[in-house]
Write a protein that binds this ligand. Sequence first.
Ligand code: B12
Length: 264
Amino acid sequence: MHAPEHDGSDKHFYPFSVGVKKHCDRSQNHTLFFFSHVAKHLIANSEAQKSMFSSLAEGIAEIDKEKVLDEVKRRVSRKEDPIRIVEECREGMRVVGDRYQKGEYFLAELLLSAEIFRQAMEIVEPYLAKIRPPKPRGKVVLATLKGDIHDLGKNLLAILLKTRGFEVYDLGVDVDPVRVVEKVKEVKPEFVGFSALISAAFDSMKTAVEMFEKEGLRKKLKVMVGGGITTPLVKDYIGADFQTLDALEGVTYCLSIVEGKKEG
Ligand code: B12
């Protein structure tokens, strides 16, 4: 008998029923052992849940709009770190995605959770935006490319970049690579950021980077990629310079490049 592995999946939301199912066929001799084992399960899982899922993440995962929005309002008014609130909400979205993949949730739940996330971010945004520095630090063109309509992460990155003094040109979703190239020629940004949540968009990003090369724009440009399904391999595949699953790391990357340029 083993305690459940804490592997980052959401299976620990259902520990008790699984434990009972597993053990109820056993003979009565095992009754005592069963109860002590279940108790251990409960303790282990409640600890695991506490560390893995905040109540905010759980609220999103359970599509509980009232709970999420109330908690976000309460926590921002207590001046809690807004980035932490964002990350907990994002964790909830990850759980929704896992459940969708397992067939436990459908498109309706994706849509509902996205709307809760959007409303939660509306509450957090003014707190993220408080520290806007006066001088512009650089320009960033952002887009979710052709084949992909996910934009929650990109929108969040845009807010964070603006709060750190970057001028952001957000081209939206399902964007043709040609439009990105045109925008880069027009505004001459230091950075292009692609947000990707659908593997179908990988080729559009690769095409965009190839077009930057062809048009002689690539050398002056840092290309970033982020979004729930990206990895360092995706970065290499499309020919980007930087990949992350954390919008704030993206901002830090941009800052490090522009600050480095100033010093050098
Ligand atoms: C919400 C959601 C939707 C919403 C999107 C609403 C919206 N306005 O964006 C809706 C319902 C529209 C949707 C639709 C679909 N979805 Co969807 N969706 C999700 C879900 C649950 C959450 C995504 C999300 O917004 N997360 C929260 C944000 C904040 O996180 P994030 O994007 O990762 O962003 C963070 C960082 O990555 C970073 N970041 C993001 N971008 C960038 C960019 C840069 C440059 C930087 C530096 C940082 C950065 O900043 C953020 C904060 O740190 C994911 C599950 C998941 N695990 O991600 C599935 C998921 C992405 N969807 C999926 C699918 C399959 C679909 C559909 C095809 C479903 C369907 N049958 O129609 C359609 C796609 C249509 C299309 N062509 O795009 C799959 C994709 C699988 C794949 N590998 O391709 C996922 C992974 C679910 C799953 N596990 O199967 N979806």
